[in-house]
Design a protein around this ligand. Structure first.
Ligand code: FO1
Length: 322
């Protein structure tokens, strides 16, 4: 079995390539759920859905989240209530966009959880409905929420206060300065997939944000120990290319939290648990600095602008761990 630790868009594209190299039945992906949130009473699991929709060929390719050919009738109708909502009410928020077809997934997930199903069971069911043959495993069935601590007073709140990841990412468009990231619920949450990490032939850390996509998985009890025990079988793909994130705020978050925003910064974060770091040709000159962190370094094309590149990257990752 090939195990993949996954966040959202970068991981989804990597998995799409891996599925061209390995039978999907031999792939299991442990997916971040720290981004999960409850909106309109619905359980939203953005990374699980981004992976599911991408692998089903149904993702909106421009946005990188939600479904293609989407309509927004329910969202438009919500705006009627925006002006009458009392000041202290959070009812009917319109800052988080849920497309009409996407809503069906959240209706199903929420109803099944209310019936007592676990998030793992519901995730399996949703993957089955989208005819996926790989296994998607939420990192835990318990509630773990990525929380962002504000570094300074701003529209989102006062310095030192906390906002949820989706408020940070969507409502404030990751434009506020961050002083810490924490994972509420993590110390008591039971991780999923530890047995997979112990037995998998190869473990790949997808090119996802190390601080908000992979760190929530690593924060769970036993995950870092399971990875470091297999360090030579673990490889990571840097989501930072030429000092910048391909998507999202990884580069800014790394700088704000005292990490170097470069493949060397990524290497320092992953060195305890991972034997090989795959970096892009654009960073080839930094390979010796990566190796100085005690990791092997493989230089290749990591910019997955076609499924051909994703498949080649997957092949490189598998070779690196064998
Ligand atoms: N991202 C946005 O930038 N704006 C949105 O309104 C938004 C809605 C949304 C709804 C469902 C879903 O599964 C994802 C959604 N995302 C949206 C993306 C998502 O919140 C982030 O990309 C991830 O959490 C970061 O990995």
């Amino acid at each position: 079995m090939i195990a993949v630790l996954a966040g959202g868009v970068g991981a989804a594209r990597f998995l799409r390539g891996l599925m061209l190299e390995v039978e999907p039945q031999h792939i299991s992906s442990i997916v971040n759920t720290g981004d999960d949130t409850v909106i309109h009473g619905l359980h939203i699991a953005p990374d699980l859905d981004t992976v599911t929709y991408t692998l089903a060929g149904a993702i909106d390719p421009q946005r990188g989240w939600g479904l293609e050919h989407e309509s927004w009738t329910a969202m438009d109708a919500l705006s009627r209530y925006a002006n009458i909502r009392p000041l202290n009410s959070h009812a009917a928020p319109t800052w988080f966009n849920l497309g009409d077809k996407d809503l069906a997934t959240h209706f199903y997930r929420t109803a099944r959880l209310a019936e007592g199903a676990t998030l793992s069971q519901v995730t399996n069911e949703i993957a089955q409905a989208w005819e996926l043959d790989l296994q998607l495993i939420p990192m835990t069935d318990d509630s773990v929420r990525t929380m962002i601590t504000l570094a300074e007073d701003c529209a989102a709140g006062s310095a030192g206060s906390h906002i949820s990841f989706q408020e940070y990412f969507v409502k404030y468009r990751h434009s506020v300065v961050v002083s810490a990231i924490t994972f509420a619920g993590s110390p008591v949450a039971k991780p999923n997939g530890l047995d997979l990490l112990a037995s998998a032939e190869s473990i790949v850390i997808a090119p996802s944000n190390p601080l908000v996509s992979i760190a929530p998985i690593r924060s769970l009890a036993g995950v870092d120990a399971a990875l470091s025990a297999r360090r030579d079988s673990v490889c990571a793909i840097s989501p930072i290319v030429n000092g910048a994130a391909l998507k999202g705020p990884a580069d800014r978050l790394m700088s704000e939290l005292g990490h170097e925003s470069s493949v060397v910064g990524v290497a320092k974060i992953y060195a305890p648990v991972c034997g090989t770091l795959i970096i892009d040709h654009a960073d080839a000159h930094l390979a010796p600095a990566v190796e100085a962190q005690g990791m092997r370094c493989v230089v290749t094309n990591t910019i997955m602008n076609s499924s051909h590149v994703s498949a080649e990257l997957a092949r490189t990752a598998l070779e690196a761990t064998r």
